[in-house]
Design a protein around this ligand. Sequence first.
Ligand code: GDP
Ligand code: FO1
Length: 306
Amino acid sequence: MLVVLTGGTGGAKLVQGLSLEAGPDDLCIVCNTADDFVLHGLYISPDLDTITYTLAGVGDATRGWGVKGDTFAVLEWLGKYGAETWFKLGDRDLATHLTRSRLLREGWRLSQVTERLCRALGVEATLLPMTDDRVETRIVTSDSEISFQEYFVKNRWADKVKKVYFAGAEKSQPVPGLLESIRDARAVVVCPSNPVTSVSPILAVPGIRAALTGTKASVMAVSPIIQGAPFSGPAHKLMAAMGWEVSTYGVAKAYSDFLDVILIGAEDRELKARIEEIGIRAAIAPIHMNSLDDKKRLARQVLDLL
Ligand code: GDP
Ligand code: FO1
């Protein structure tokens, strides 16, 4: 199988292309869960939901999250009661969080809940949360420590970040079958997801990084950075906070212990030699995904290179 590591919005674009080009049966998608949080007493798993909705064909591709055409009546009434409304939970999306939260309370594991939600929405690919344990991205600023959603959505990534860490990661375990999937993969693809807050939490789950280093399968990444800037979101700020070079080279370096190939934009062609000096092949391709055709074309390129 093709094993794919991903976060939410950026990763979902390539996942959609790969599902269309390789077929959903060939995909084992390992998804970040360190963005998960509890709001209104509900357990919310944004990246899992973005991937599920995208593959089910019900995702809002313009926003990159939530359900296409969703309404916000419940949120409006929550506001009347003084509840927090900065995180825009749609009415249909809320059904997902209600169901997930109930099943978790009943003792189901997150991976079991995910499988149930995927089947209910007709998703044929295998979607695995990176862990069934609670791992939480924490953002340390000069005067506080906040959750990822507070940093990303509530504060619109305006805080100056001093440190990022993944609470609970050391004690977490990969979900059953995940390490074996990497070991037996025909190839592994690291999506163009935020390297600090989407891919690093997956790598922080004990055993996953070693499985990637040890697998015989070739491991390829698509860069989320072009000309020193992300296509969207705060990856540049977070990479700088980690002390990484903010470039496609910085992404390749962060994955250098397990990466064989990285797809980079033509605009970054002058970085090719530096990347290849650290033992990673750099292949040039159009890595933007603004349309469904872009997603399919990039996915085809990834599959051809593998
Ligand atoms: P999140 O969980 O919602 O942050 O989503 P991801 O971590 O999966 O994706 C965020 C990353 O996707 C950002 O760092 C963007 O630079 C990257 N991204 C968004 N659109 C594109 C695109 O069209 N092409 C590439 N190569 N990367 C993209
Ligand atoms: N992102 C936003 O920027 N604003 C929102 O109000 C928002 C709501 C939301 C609701 C459900 C969901 O699954 C995701 C949502 N996101 C929202 C996406 C956001 O959580 C991030 O894109 C990811 O967590 C980053 O990985």
